[in-house]
Design a protein. Structure first.
Ligand code: ATP
Ligand code: MG
Length: 254
């Protein structure tokens, strides 16, 4: 890691540090070129949102953690960008909510899958699903590599956390009657709109925040968790994030 390249006094230090994590992930075979570009789209929204976890995102985080704690079989889906940015946090959250971790790649290669598995295991993951064992199966409607999932993981899961996901896959999981929680900086993406609960925040901040929240909520009884989930309105929450972007732009340039 080259954290020292970015002086902490630099006004965009955090943002540049995140870029470094991705570039390192690219060099280590975890991230693909397209992942770097996808990050650019996320960065734009992060900039507009003020590069901080908003209260609106916190409301979604609380609902997301409640849903994950209520799940019978939760799975966290991991792609290259997520592995490069927050493997440790994925493992931590999976331990708290008792979830499986599954590698699921848009641009699949055996080499990349193995690099991500290795990274997750380095961070303490005991089992990593989705590594093309005999147990792989297919999500209906998704062609080629994109639709292949682990039979004992995402295929059977009742709740799937997809930090950074493509709209097609999110929609396909929802069609399979799964509860889908996404973390996506773009409140306008198909993923954000299709998911059961969308956390509009950077994964690098949202996942640690979810670990803290889940630890606290774990002490609550199921009825309280159900109430938190039922009171959550995803479209309303997305509109609030858009409003934050609008107000921020008006305040800075209006
Ligand atoms: P969709 O397919 O859902 O309509 P898209 O095609 O615009 O979205 P994709 O490349 O499929 O975009 O998915 C990447 C998504 O992840 C984008 O919405 C982008 O804003 C978001 N994103 C990228 N980096 C981060 C990050 N670090 N944290 C949270 N979200 C991010
Ligand atoms: Mg997409």
């Amino acid at each position: 890691m080259h954290r020292s390249i970015v002086p902490s006094s630099h006004p965009r230090a955090k943002s540049l540090y995140i870029r470094e994590l991705l570039v390192n992930g690219f060099k280590n075979g975890i991230v693909v070129e397209e992942g770097l570009i996808a990050h650019g789209r996320g960065e734009t929204f992060d900039y507009l949102l003020g590069e901080d976890t908003t209260e609106t995102a916190r409301t979604a985080i609380k609902a997301a953690c409640s849903l994950l704690l209520l799940a019978v079989h939760p799975v966290i889906s991991v792609n290259g960008n997520v592995a490069a940015l927050c493997s440790k946090e994925v493992v931590e959250l999976s331990n708290i909510i008792n979830a499986d971790i599954e590698v699921n790649l848009f641009y699949w290669s055996k080499k990349r899958e193995m690099a991500i598995e290795k990274e997750l295991k380095k961070m303490g993951a005991k089992t990593v699903l989705g590594t093309r064992s005999v147990d792989s199966t297919r999500i209906p409607e998704l062609q080629s590599e994109r639709g292949i999932v682990d039979y004992d993981g995402i295929y059977k899961a009742d709740t799937v956390l997809v930090p950074l996901e493509d709209g097609d896959r999110t929609e396909a999981l929802v069609k399979m009657h799964k509860k889908v929680i996404s973390i996506d900086l773009n409140p306008l993406s198909r993923t954000s709109k299709a998911a059961t609960i969308t956390v509009v925040d950077n994964v690098i901040r949202a996942l640690p925040a979810m670990a803290i929240e889940a630890k606290q909520l774990k002490e609550q009884n199921g009825e309280i968790l159900k109430r938190i989930v039922n009171e959550f309105d995803n479209s309303k929450n997305l509109s609030e994030s858009l409003e934050i972007i609008r107000c921020g732009v008006d305040a800075r340039y209006g």
